[in-house]
Structures are given as C-alpha cells and as structure tokens.
Design a protein around this ligand. Structure first.
Ligand code: CA
Length: 228
C-alpha cells in the first residue's frame, strides 16, 4: 500500500521524523508547515491522506480539518489529527471537526503507520492491497493482476487504478472531475476527456470476459460501476 500523504506540521524535527518513517514504509510524503501551505497543495492535487498537527501557526489544525470537510472536493479525504493534547474533550473536538482518527504525541512510528493503514482501509479501500471481487471480476492490488471469470485480463497502469477505484466504490456515479481527483490525483492539468479515453481502454480490456458491461455511462453525470 503506497499513499500520497500530506504532512502539515510546523515543528521541523517532528515533521522530519514523520516523513522519514512514512517514506520508509513506502509512502510518498509531501510536507508543509501551516494550513495555508496545505490548502495550496490540496488545490493543486488531492493527497490520499492528510496528517495534520493540531497546533499550527495561524489557522489551527482543527480549523483546517473543518474547512476541508466543508468543501465538496475535499470532503472525502482521510484526515488524522496529530497532537500533544490527550483529554477526552479535545479528542471529541478533533473528531467533531471531521478527523478520521487522532494520534497523541509522543507516538510510536509503528502506531502511526498502523493508524494510517486503518484509516486508508476505511476511507479509501482502493489504497489497500486487499483483493476486490465484484460480479466475477477479481482485482489483486498486490500482484497488479485482474481476472475476469478466472482468466487473466491485460490492463494498463492507469486502467488498473481506475478499475480499482471503481470496484471499491460501486453503484455510485462519479463525475469526470471526481475521477481525475481520485485516480490521477489532479484536477488541474489533466483534461476531462482523458477520463473518457481511459474508460474506453478499460472497457476494451474487460471485453474478453464481458465485464465491460459493468461500467455504465451516466449521461450528463459521469460513470458508474454496477454490481451486476
Ligand atoms: Ca505544532
């Protein structure tokens, strides 16, 4: 499991400690020291998860979490709050702000990694290595293989990520810009019709087992992965 994780922490030593540990675990780390920096990065490309320190210069970590939860585009991003506070009241306030979890300093890197994994599994199942089965279609993230009715199918890397996202978010309609954010991680520099090109390729790859029929075009809205 590899995720793009945005670390918002103003203390250089702690920022470094977190980054080194996350990178060692295979994650890609983007760093910033305050809420303003975090918003700039998020506007450019959505990370898979945010690790936000509660006490930041300027806008607090809790206020940043609230703001992200308030906006349509960033509502779904997994957030873990990091803090020296440990009282029950603070924890409640953090979770009410929209954080998925809460890690109290000092923390062990191992605990932090375990919590990141748990939050990603819950919020973004396409980020984990667990195989997904839908209607006779099987996707195995660990081996990057896809099987239709038991037979291997050939998919390009982008089609694989697209299919993984769709299979872990079935029955929902995804607009092209949502898919760009979720699969490409960028809604700014990639054109929406790029999504159509990759959907077409994905359908072609799924044709041998007839699973291309599971990808539905929803007129004027986007695409949906149907259960059957
Ligand atoms: Ca701090």
């Amino acid at each position: 499991m590899t995720a793009n994780i945005l670390v918002v922490e103003d203390e250089p030593a702690i920022q470094e400690l977190i980054a080194v540990n996350l990178e060692h675990a295979g994650h890609h780390v983007i760093r910033t020291r305050d809420a303003e920096g975090a918003l700039q990065i998020v506007n450019h490309a959505l990370p898979d998860l945010l690790l936000i320190d509660w006490m930041l210069p300027g806008t607090s970590g809790v206020a940043l979490a609230k703001q992200l939860r308030h906006e349509e585009r960033t509502r779904q991003i997994p957030i873990i709050l990091l803090t020296a506070r440990s009282s029950e009241q603070d924890k409640i306030q953090g979770l009410e702000a929209g954080a998925d979890d809460y890690v109290t300093k000092p923390f062990s890197p191992r605990e932090l990694l375990a919590r990141i994994k748990a939050v990603l599994r819950r919020r973004a199942p396409e980020m984990t290595d667990e195989p997904v089965d839908v209607g006779g279609l099987r996707l195995e993230p660990a081996t990057r293989r896809v099987f239709g009715a038991g037979k291997p199918l050939q998919l390009g890397p982008t089609e694989f990520r697209l299919l993984h996202f769709l299979m872990t978010h079935i029955e929902r309609v995804h607009s092209r810009s949502q898919l760009l954010d979720q699969v490409w991680g960028d809604h700014v520099f990639v054109e929406e019709r790029t999504v159509d090109v990759h959907i077409r390729r994905l359908r072609k790859s799924l044709e041998p087992s007839g699973h291309d029929r599971l990808i539905e075009t929803v007129r004027g809205a986007g695409y949906r992965f149907a259960r059957v």
